[in-house]
Design a protein around this ligand. Sequence first.
Ligand code: DP6
Length: 332
Amino acid sequence: MSFKATARAGSNIAFIKYWGVADPHLNIPLNNSISMTLGALHTTTTVEWDVAGYLRADQIVIDGVRAEGPKAERVTRHLDFIRHLAGDRRFRARVVSRNNFPMASGIASSASAFAALTMAACTAIGLSLDRTQLSAIARRGSGSASRSIFGGYVEWERGGSDATSVARQLFPPDYWPLRDVVAVVSTNEKTVSSQNGHALALTSPLNSARVDAVYGMLQEVRNAIALRNLEHLGPLIEQDALAMHAVMMTSRPSLLYWQPGTLEVLHAVRRWREEDGLPVYFTIDAGPNVHLLCEPAFERELLRRLQTLSSVRTVMTSGPGEGAEVIDQHLF
Ligand code: DP6
């Protein structure tokens, strides 16, 4: 038996955000979140368990660079939990991971990374688990990774325990071929990781108001997706993105992820929508880049207009994609 497996998982873009934790150890969130798994922006990860016992420690390489410090510790902690589940704490692992998009730039690389790592590591160690169980495990590594286990349109139920705080698919990827056009205004590493940011949400006086508002919006968001109605969905997405950033800005210490380019894109999108009727809506994760959602018919026009904005460095695009999957092509 080989103790090696490779998995690929897409990143995801949240329509209703996960921001703030009720239980920081288990990553149990304050509210349900809803996202679209991205088909074109993904992480591939190969895990091989060293059953012969050559390795003294886990060996982790991310995008060609040996991971050390907190990044490596986070992966090792996740592997520790999987070792514990498999009932063998001795095995160390070789992990090689590759993203096809820049890390730590507000494109949720932790989501695809921990979804792919979970599926590859569990498969390689011989655990046979369903997607709901994988979602719970991925959540411990990174909250948003719980959603990337599933494809298409996905809701992560807050739940109240390790077993119930899991994601599920609302609609498959081919239900609605919405486009996510990411206007990249900066690719610098984030100054505050979302991991540290979640702990600060409770310090904002706006946090509870946002969480209450989310619970009023969830059914509307599900309905808008069910009806494939972007004109209904778009304003809800924008409202929660702005509410989340208001919480971030008003937490102690304050988090300000936006750059001047972020605002240039936001104003341009509103202008194009209001003056020219271009049906495009924005959302922003824990970074400066802006995700723009539109129907496929408007993507070309949107790309053309984004080229006229001085702060847009590059653009990445994706439609909805499948959930995490085991693949045959190992990275080593
Ligand atoms: C702003 O899942 O990256 O992208 O659990 O600490 O890894 P950790 O946080 P993470 O938080 C994502 C925050 C967000 C919103 C979202 O994707 O829902």
